[in-house]
Design a protein around this ligand. Structure first.
Ligand SMILES: [Zn+2]
Length: 450
């Protein structure tokens, strides 16, 4: 499948609202009413066959949401739409659960549709221009049940710059979500924006690199000129390990208080993981780079495959520590940040990336003695950190795809889905690739700053 390159990238700007006391009251009242409305709509949807069509649900609840819950007209449309979308997701999960059960992959019955889902977060979905709009001097205006409020906001410098100069920066504003951080209790506006991307990125590519994601390091990257970087998960791993032991202690306790602490821990861990993914992907996405990532259809398989019964206790413990951060998240963030930096993310076949010798081409499990960190080629003796071998192999595959792109004017951004034969042909082309550099410069990055 040849992919047209996207012309814009969707993303979210997180703005911290600087509200005065009165405004906090207004925003909170609105969010509470909206949450009650969501739960009412959820109950109605449940009673009517667990419906997932937004328009139908809207006709059932609109009047109530306006009169009993006092919602503004746009909000009374958004709430049922949001509830219907939630039901749609639950139905999809129930269907895939049924399919997995039929195949005997699981015995567990999906319980997500047994009762009406409850909405607990304080959020309000807002439409651009009708419910929210940008003002001058870093201000935003938001509709509440107490009337329109205007306040200043804070955010990342890059986002502030975009919002200040939407036209020049190619920014199109979309819907927003008013949201209260459950821990800090601060109010945020999560604004969906579309950012126009550079045209003809092929002409501007200055670097081609490959990225290997794994459990030992969070990521290892190498460009085709031999410059490489290790993004160590040391600090991250330490924190995750600590969290895991605290978690099991609390789970054993099982009291209400313990459960509350567990929820808080889970939130903190999620934030930490998101933060790490942000730092790593930001560093990888240098300007005008073509970034090769591994095509892993079901990324979770990577960790689960090793969760077999005969895996050692040590191995299982290692899996637990890292399963909390997600390859998919780092990949997704790397892809969109690369696009924003004027680059192009692509995906290459993941087969044999850490088993193939990049010097002589010999491929096999024997190149990884004891499944260890070190790659030692059984044929030519080439010895290197295994993750770096993988990153180099990925970078060479990426370079090959770039050459095809330049030659044909067409880019295969993901491996073609045209079957085993085409894949075998690709793998045999990959097997011809050889790494040759006079001097490789190696740069090790330990802790990362924002
Ligand atoms: Zn070799």
């Amino acid at each position: 499948m040849d992919e047209e390159l996207p012309t814009s990238q969707a993303l979210t700007c997180k703005l911290k609202l600087l509200l005065d006391k009165e405004q906090v009251v207004a925003v909170r009242r609105t969010a509470l009413a909206y949450r009650n409305a969501l739960n009412h709509a959820s109950a109605v949807a449940f009673a009517n066959g667990k419906m997932s069509q937004g328009m139908k649900l809207q006709t059932l609840v609109y009047q109530d949401l306006r009169e009993r819950y006092g919602l503004l007209s746009q909000m009374a449309c958004n709430a049922p739409r949001q509830v219907a979308a939630a039901y749609k997701t639950l139905w999809e999960r129930a269907k895939s659960n049924a399919a997995h059960k039929a195949k005997g992959w699981t015995k567990r019955r999906y319980k997500g549709l047994d009762k009406a889902p409850k909405f607990t977060a304080l959020t309000v979905n807002l439409n651009h221009k009708r419910d929210w709009s940008l003002g001058k001097n870093q201000t935003v205006s938001i509709s509440t049940l107490n009337g329109r409020i205007r306040c200043r906001y804070e955010g990342w410098n890059r986002h502030l710059d975009w919002l200040e100069h939407t036209a020049d920066r190619g920014i199109t504003l979309g819907a927003a979500k008013l949201w209260q951080d459950p821990v800090s209790k601060a109010w945020y506006l999560l604004v969906s924006v579309d950012k126009a991307l550079v045209e003809k990125p092929m002409d501007r590519i200055t670097t081609v690199k490959g990225v290997d994601l794994n459990r030992r390091n969070i990521a290892v990257e190498s460009n085709t000129r031999g410059k490489c970087r290790f993004y160590h998960g040391g600090h991250q791993r330490h924190l995750a390990e600590h969290a895991a032991s605290t978690r099991s202690a609390l789970q054993a306790k099982g009291t209400r208080g313990a459960k509350a602490v567990l929820r808080k821990l889970a939130l903190r861990e999620r934030r930490l993981n998101a933060d790490t993914a942000h730092c790593v992907s930001k560093a990888i996405a240098e300007p005008h780079a073509m970034v090769g990532l591994e095509w892993l259809k079901d990324i979770r398989n990577r960790t689960e495959r090793r969760r077999s019964k005969n895996a050692s206790v040590k191995r299982r413990r290692a899996n637990r520590k890292v399963s909390s951060w997600s390859f998919a998240d780092v990949q997704a963030k790397t892809a969109y940040k690369t696009r924003l930096s004027g680059g192009v993310p692509i995906w290459v076949d993941a087969d044999y990336t850490s088993q193939g010798c990049s010097i002589c081409g010999h491929t096999g499990k024997e190149n990884r003695p004891n499944n260890g960190l070190l790659f030692v080629c059984a044929h030519c003796g080439h010895t290197l950190h295994a993750d770096l071998v993988a990153a180099r192999n990925i970078s060479m595959r990426t370079l090959l795809i770039r050459q095809d792109w330049v030659r044909t004017g067409r880019l295969s951004a993901v491996p073609e889905a045209s079957g085993d034969e085409a894949k075998a042909a690709r793998l045999s082309r990959y097997a011809e690739l050889r790494w040759s550099l006079d001097a490789s410069s190696v740069l090790i990055v330990g802790r990362m700053a924002h």
